[in-house]
Design a protein around this ligand. Structure first.
Ligand code: G6P
Length: 593
């Protein structure tokens, strides 16, 4: 994880980097720091805490060449010493790193025992700076490349040498993008830090490095061969990464859903064959791999594809999938689902499927991301940057994309037409629903609860999982998502008069069954909040509170049912004064295994 911003140009790179780091805080926020070049000396300012704490340490310093970093700790506690940048022993080099150097312990042993190097921190990253010093004989680039040949693992690295007016960076497994301004250059983990300066970018590919000097940049492979690379233009503006009057990014992103849902299907409904997936074989099975919220979207995809297209679907946590012996066949369609497109486990799962020769595709939000590139085909969500750490708009777009996948697999033109019509109506329905203030009222009633249960059956079971994950992530209130019918096999023991159970139900074939489960809770004095599209007398009597959602077709119901759960999590966290956009211990983009 971690965010990197580096600047080379004619402006004050320190203020640009600090502003940029704030936009990357979603990648980690336990410590932060920067290094800058001044009179052939490198100065480092860093500290435990967030960017605002780092800003407090800046005393009017200015510099034109700067590297900076916001950290999500993996190796070593989040403290001052472990914060990036890291110096080489002789302070001639400073580096920032995102990723994990897997062989850092062996390299450190060799450098300390054989060559008497002294390490300051507990991080895996510090070894990078020492290695560059070790190999340096007057040529910074050559020493950097020799360092690259020694390290194993995942990295986005930017390095600075006190004797060279250069920034050198390299990417393997952790994203880095170059921003090309007017006589100024940026390097960052994503383009948001420099969007107000330039929209022209070069996404470094795997095993590429770049050397930036005054008014000049070069992209090379790790052997030092010059590469021809294409510049791209970022398709969104600065407003996409600003709160625009909302108290939090999460609330803004929840409210963007009418548009993001539309943007996901726009241009794809008329020609579903052209959604971007080419199959090498007839497929026998779909395997969906994902993590976190994206995993819940995948579970929804399973319910839809199996029921409506009669194709078996397996859903896998990417982190589990990789380390057992996954039974994959070339006739499988293996799809990665990922908002960021950078989740390490999901990326590796796709690499594994490719090795076996499966059909491979992605459902990804961030264009040009590692997973998007590795898959080489699939459906982009086009939801725009999602900044709140808890995923909201990406999730509902993933459900739209999985519906598109289902239409692609289904092949029945009448069914395709019917769902396309329903999809077209959905943004308006969501827009109307978002005007509803009911969820806020309900949050005021329950925000002090000690724990929550989220219960649903059939397609509403993954919705329950997602509702409970949202609440946990941002309010830190323990919550459990469970299939409503399974509750009596365990979680029912948690029910007492203080515990709210949130039932999600749709007027479908399990509607009555869920009402029976509500009775089980009610008879144990549990509180019931009911999210449903059809209220009968029984529900009116059973439920303490009802959130009525508009009726939509079953395949799209997870979208409309999840939105009140997002809002419930949001308002509950806000009433508990939580740091909603940057909840403790989490990071948005998990580029470590
Ligand atoms: C992290 C985030 C989650 C996200 C998960 C998968 O844990 O905090 O919100 O769902 O990663 O991320 P992806 O980008 O692959 O969807």
């Amino acid at each position: 994880m971690c965010g990197i911003v580096a600047y080379y140009g004619h402006q004050n790179g320190i203020s640009i980097s600090l502003k940029g780091l704030k936009r990357l805080e979603y990648r980690g926020y336990d410590s932060a720091g920067l290094a800058f070049l001044e009179n052939n000396q490198i100065n480092i300012i860093k500290n435990k805490g967030k960017i605002k704490d780092l800003i407090g340490l800046i005393n009017g310093e200015q510099a034109n060449i700067v590297i900076s970093h916001t950290r999500w700790a993996t190796h070593g506690q989040p403290n001052h010493i472990n914060a990036h940048p890291h110096f080489s022993m002789d302070h001639s080099i400073a580096i920032v790193h995102n990723g994990i150097i897997e062989n850092h312990a062996d390299l450190k042993k060799e450098l300390t025992e054989k060559y008497n190097y002294k390490f300051q921190s507990e991080t895996d990253s510090e070894v990078i700076a020492h290695l560059i010093q070790f190999f340096y004989q007057g040529n910074f680039e050559e020493a950097f490349r020799k360092m690259l040949s020694k390290i194993e693992g995942a990295f986005g690295i930017v390095a600075l040498h006190k004797k060279h007016n250069e920034l050198i960076c390299a990417r393997k497994g952790s994203p880095l993008v170059l921003g090309l301004g007017e006589n100024e250059y940026f390097i960052a983990s994503d383009p948001s830090p420099f969007l107000d300066h330039t929209k022209n970018v070069i996404y470094l590919e795997e095993k590429q490095m770049a050397i930036i000097s005054e008014n000049h940049y070069e992209v090379k492979d790790f052997n030092g061969l010059n590469l021809d690379v294409e510049m791209e233009e970022i398709p969104f503006g600065i407003e996409a990464i600003q709160k625009q009057g909302f108290k939090h990014f999460m609330l803004k992103e929840i409210n963007e859903q009418p548009n993001t849902i539309r943007d996901c299907f726009t241009g794809k409904l008329r020609n579903i064959e052209g959604i971007g997936i080419k199959l090498k074989t007839n497929i026998q099975r779909v395997v969906l791999v994902a993590c976190g919220t994206s995993y819940h979207a995948a579970l929804i995809g399973k319910y839809i594809i199996e029921k409506k297209s009669n194709i078996p679907v397996i859903v896998e946590h990417a982190s589990e999938f990789r380390y057992r012996k996954p039974m994959l066949f070339p006739s499988d369609l293996v799809m990665a689902i990922s908002q960021s497109g950078e989740t390490a486990d999901t990326l590796e799962a796709i690499r594994l499927a490719k090795k076996i020769g499966c059909n491979v595709a992605g459902i990804v939000n961030v264009t040009g991301s590692s997973i998007a590139k590795e898959c080489g085909q699939g459906i982009y969500l086009h939801a725009g940057p999602e900044i709140g750490v808890a995923s909201t708009k990406a999730f509902t777009s993933q459900v739209v994309a999985l519906n598109l996948l289902n239409l692609f697999l289904n092949k029945n033109p009448y069914y395709q037409y019917e769902i396309a019509e329903e999809l077209r109506k959905l943004p308006k329905i969501v827009e109307e629903f978002l005007k509803n203030e009911k969820v806020k009222e309900i949050a005021k009633k329950y925000f002090f609860a000690k724990h929550f249960l989220f219960l649903g059956r059939d397609i509403n079971f993954p919705v329950a999982l997602e509702g409970s994950l949202k609440l946990k992530e941002i309010s830190y209130i323990p919550a459990e998502g469970y299939p409503a019918g399974e509750m009596k096999h365990g979680p029912i023991a948690l029910i007492d008069s203080e515990t709210p159970s949130i039932f999600i139900l749709t007027k479908d074939e399990v509607y009555e069954k869920v009402i029976s489960n509500m009775h089980e809770v009610k008879s144990r004095q549990g509180k019931i909040i009911c999210i449903c599209d059809h209220v009968n007398e029984e529900i009116e009597q059973l439920a303490d509170d009802i959130i009525f959602v508009p009726k939509v077709i079953w395949e799209l119901s997870p979208i409309i049912n999840t939105i009140p759960l997002q809002l419930l999590a949001y308002y509950t966290a806000d009433l508990n004064n939580r740091e909603i956009d940057q909840p403790r211990n989490l990071a948005k983009s998990v580029t470590v295994e």
